[in-house]
Design a binder for this molecule. Structure first.
Ligand code: SF4
Length: 462
């Protein structure tokens, strides 16, 4: 979950709907999957003649695409809803809709508790949004939280965020079958379904022809991607799909997220090593370094298995960066378990990690069967220790890059100065460097790293 994207407003060049008279406003929270879904929602509404706006005061329909992974994420959305309630008082025709994981988790409770909400739509029911909107305009509140076994939105061309035009996300699968004991995702996003490989190819080809130079293949668990070609009966697995996308054009970079340690295969690693344009970066969430805690989390691998996967990555793709998610203070976690987490982080040499303390989510197996017995004080103390360690590891990681030359895809101007470009290397590290005439976003350049902090690399074009 990228903290700096939370609450982002999506606005799109909306050619199809230039004659629109109705405006919608959409704010997104949670993981990349949710941001990608908001692009699908925008496409569906634009087909209905609606136009997006960045100004919620202009909108007739306000949508919040929500996340349930932590209590804090849900509280943020509830606060936001209160702010929109004030607007609704002065604008009674305004419709407010809640989409995504929180909609799925709370279902009709939303309509009962949050009186200002008119529409509640779960992640598999966005095609029904136009009907629910029209029904709500006629005064009937609407809900559709049906979870599908088939829906992949394969035939919907998402409307892309207009700001960058270089990097895009492509959903390749939906849902999750893993049942980690702390996680709401299997309940909010349903069973795993893989999307037709040819529609993924077509989407990537279309993006490339429009000037995009990097696609990130998205799924809750990309390594279990599996699609059977109905005409030939041939199975396409994730390694095959990566190869198909990589072969579209060497100038199209391919990334993916998220991998599960139990599923990532050597076949995937060998495919990554074979193609220059498959980025040398894997997000491989460990969650905990203790085998006992991993068992309670139902992660279905133990410490040794995880260490072995990291060893394979290091031997097959020596220049690969690995990042992680870490939860601290899970049920019954002791100081020794915590030390195991610190040591696995050190050994794995993560370039970065998303780190949180455990927050019990209602309805999950952990909430039903385990006691959330680590005090908040200890959770916070352990979290600050893992953050401190990760900062040191990231700093060391980045210091090693000084003097090295990387191929960087220019993504645009740096935030701090329009005299500087920003772009990422294959290892997903952001590099800031002075501009040179003739170069533009979407170009590849060779950049030598000259200095580094724990968060960013600074370089110069060579
Ligand atoms: S899938 Fe998980 S992280 Fe993504 S929005 Fe839903 S609860 Fe949040």
């Amino acid at each position: 979950m990228e903290e700096n994207r939370q609450g982002e407003i999506l606005d799109f060049p909306n050619i199809a709907a230039q004659t629109a008279t109705r405006y919608f406003y959409i704010e997104s929270y949670g993981c990349q999957m949710n941001f990608s879904d908001s692009e699908i929602v925008a496409s569906i509404l634009s087909e209905e003649g609606m136009k997006s706006t960045r100004d919620f005061q202009l909108a007739e329909l306000i949508l919040l695409n929500t996340c349930s992974i932590r209590e804090k994420a849900e509280e943020t959305v509830k606060k936001r809803l209160k702010e929109f309630a004030k607007l609704k008082k002065s604008k009674p025709d305004l419709l407010i809709g809640v989409l995504g994981c929180m909609a799925e988790r709370l279902k009709s409770k939303f309509l009962e508790d949050e009186k200002l909400v008119d529409i509640v739509v779960g992640p598999d029911a966005y095609r029904d949004l136009p009907r629910l909107v029209n029904q709500a305009y006629d005064g009937d509140k609407g809900i559709n939280v049906f979870l599908s076994r088939e829906e992949t939105y394969a035939d919907i061309a998402p409307l892309r965020l207009e700001s960058n035009g270089i990097t895009a996300f492509i959903s390749i699968m939906r849902g999750c079958d893993n049942m980690c004991s702390f996680c709401v995702v299997p309940y909010t996003r349903g069973r795993e379904r893989s999307r037709n490989a040819f529609t993924i190819m077509a989407e990537a080809e279309d993006l490339f022809s429009k000037g995009f130079r990097e696609v990130t293949l998205l799924g809750q668990n990309v390594d279990s991607y599996k699609w059977e070609n109905p005409e030939t009966g041939q199975m396409v697995n994730f390694a095959n799909l990566l190869q198909m996308i990589a072969e579209i054009n060497p100038l199209l970079r391919v990334r993916f997220s998220t991998s599960h340690p139990k599923d990532i295969t050597d076949e995937v690693l060998l495919t990554m090593a074979k193609y220059n344009n498959i980025c040398k970066y894997i997000h491989l969430p460990v969650q905990s370094g203790s085998s006992r805690i991993l068992k309670l989390m139902n992660r279905t691998y133990d410490r040794e298995w995880y260490l072995n996967r990291i060893a394979s990555i290091k031997s097959i793709i020596p220049d690969c960066a690995v990042s992680s998610d870490v939860i601290t203070g899970f049920c019954s976690e002791t100081e020794i378990d915590h030390l195991d987490t610190l040591s696995i982080m050190e050994w794995s040499d993560y370039s970065m990690s998303y780190m949180f303390y455990y927050s019990e989510r209602p309805g999950t197996p952990a909430a039903k069967k385990l006691s959330d017995d680590v005090s908040l004080e200890v959770k916070k103390k352990r979290l600050s220790e893992i953050i401190r360690l990760q900062n040191q590891i990231s700093y060391r990681h980045n210091q090693r890059d000084i003097g090295q030359v990387f191929e960087v895809l220019i993504e645009g101007d740096s935030k701090r100065s329009d005299q500087m470009f920003k772009g990422r290397n294959s290892q997903n590290k952001m590099i800031i460097f002075p501009k040179k005439p003739g170069l533009k976003s979407g170009d590849y350049v060779l950049v030598k790293v000259v200095s580094a902090s724990s968060a960013t690399l600074n370089g110069e074009i060579v």
